[in-house]
Design a protein around this ligand. Structure first.
Ligand SMILES: Cc1ncc(COP(=O)(O)O)c(C=O)c1O
Length: 481
């Protein structure tokens, strides 16, 4: 089948940028003119030719910007964020230090204050990072430093569904790490956690609010109750799910309870480059106790100390960092403030509504082709389902074929390997208890447009299924009768 035409939306960025560039140039109008060595006027044709080549090469990508891309965690940045980022590139500020980017450092401080406010914090230490990985690294590094200082337990634990980065970061930091079993909803199993806590050497529990695979929300409220008994540090990895704190009403009760107490965490990671409409790389680390800033202390004769204010390089493990990220985030937050009744929150809720809609359609399918999670609908906006088949091997094979058949219809889904038991009746009923994993289909419905596109997504998914399963319309309609 020929791929269908996917149209790129009209791009408002060039017009936005051209006006703003004039304003920016005016800020430096008092300087004497000079001839830049790399000026477009020197070689316009060669530059245009290379850029044309770049554009053609970039065509070798999935259409991440389009609602029919419903696979991995990829969300197009807001046009304002792209324009602000590109505008900042004319200066290329470095938020390592105030002298590297005075305005952009100020914007970072304001943008981070909004993120901290999202979690109910007014006192904190925090900054942007170039990724969720770096932000989590700082959280676990501080946890390790604190453990060393107080000689308390150093071991890090996190659910087996936590992002793999935690295990790897712990290895880099030479801290022991143990995975904790997850339950059938992909949430950390509290009995398994308590078994580890009883050993007495756990220093930090990584609690994920929004797991990468299925958007599961660990029971933070219950983990905090264990903290008061066992004493450990709580690091919340909300790289993906952090912004859902804004739309508590749209969540189910267990997730709502977890988000409601996020302010009691010791550290929080959230990634504006996931749900925050930002270009890569924009992560953020926040610590509740600003005193942990002492661990970052360093003496550097060669960084910029002309300012007497604390600069961001003094509270960050990374040195050079794109000031443009802070500029883009600040601009986006000016346009779309992080308020529960604002447009940003409404758009987040639209993705969540799309996920619930898709999950409902999968459950209500008359041909019973799909098996969504046995224990209930998605907690955020990620939907997973197993194909109904006589064996796990056949279900995995079908998932792979439907993934490919959907892609031929320009519907891009993702594949994920999940425990088979999650799709079976709970233990105690007859057919449960087969171990192992199965390849499932996964759809991250994180764009607001997904809500309006769900009919089309469903049409293409079911057409792909009909092709792979060899059904014809007669079978389908006789079933429907
Ligand atoms: C929960 C979670 N933590 C951490 C990460 C790593 O973040 P990054 O890819 O920005 O380094 C991810 C990425 O998907 C994630 O989903």
């Amino acid at each position: 089948m020929l791929p269908l035409k996917v149209t790129m939306p009209h791009d408002p960025v060039p017009a936005l940028l051209s006006r703003a560039t004039e304003v920016l140039e005016a800020q430096f109008a008092a300087l004497p003119e000079f001839a830049p060595s790399y000026d477009a006027a020197n070689n316009p044709e060669a530059m245009a030719r290379v850029l044309g080549d770049v554009a053609r090469r970039l065509g070798d990508n999935y259409p991440y910007f389009h609602p029919l891309y419903a696979g991995q965690m990829l969300k197009p940045p807001h046009p304002l964020a792209r324009a602000a980022y590109a505008l900042a590139m004319a200066i290329n500020p470095n938020n390592h230090a105030r002298d590297g980017g005075r305005a952009s450092s100020e914007m970072e401080i304001v943008a981070v204050r909004s993120l901290a406010g999202l979690f109910g914090w007014t006192e904190y230490l925090g900054h942007l990072t170039s990724s969720g990985t770096l932000a989590n690294l700082e959280a676990l590094w501080v946890a390790g430093q604190l453990a060393q200082e107080s000689k308390i337990g150093k071991r890090i634990v996190g659910s087996e569904q936590a992002h793999y980065t935690h295990q790897r970061i712990s290895a880099v930091l030479k801290l022991d790490y143990s995975p904790i079993a997850a339950d059938r909803r992909g949430r950390m199993n509290l009995n398994a956690l308590e078994d580890e806590l009883r050993k007495g050497d756990v220093g930090t529990v990584v609690v994920t609010l929004g797991t990468t695979a299925i958007g599961a929300v660990d029971p933070l409220d219950e983990i905090l109750a264990l903290r008061s008994r066992y004493g450990f540090r709580v690091h919340v990895d909300a790289a993906y799910g952090g912004y859902f704190r804004l739309i508590l009403k749209a969540l189910d009760e267990p997730a709502r309870r977890a988000y409601a107490v996020i302010d009691q965490a010791d550290s929080i990671v959230v990634d504006p480059h996931k749900h925050g409409l930002q270009p890569y790389g924009c992560g953020c680390i926040l610590f509740r106790d600003h005193c942990v800033g002492r661990f970052y202390k360093h003496d550097s004769p060669y960084t910029y100390f002309t300012s007497d204010q604390l600069h961001l390089g003094e509270i960050s493990l990374e040195c050079s960092r794109a000031g443009a990220s802070a500029v883009a985030l600040w601009a986006t937050q000016q346009l779309l403030p992080l308020t529960p009744d604002g447009e940003f929150a409404r758009n987040l809720a639209r993705g969540r509504a799309a996920a619930l809609d898709l999950d409902r359609r999968l459950r209500q399918d008359e041909l019973r082709r799909f098996q969504p999670l046995a224990d209930g609908p998605p907690e955020l906006d990620i939907v997973v389902w197993k194909m109904n088949a006589e064996s796990p091997e056949r279900a995995s094979e079908l998932a792979q074929k439907i993934f490919a058949a959907s892609a031929l219809r320009d519907l891009h889904l993702a594949l994920v390997e999940l425990p088979l038991t999650w799709f079976q009746p709970a233990a105690g009923s007859e057919s449960s208890g087969v171990d192992g994993t199965v390849t499932c289909l996964r759809s991250v419905l994180m764009k607001p447009e997904h809500e309006a596109w769900l009919d089309e997504i469903w049409k293409r998914l079911t057409a792909a299924c009909s092709e792979v399963l060899g059904e014809n319309e007669n079978v389908r309609s006789s079933h429907a009768r």
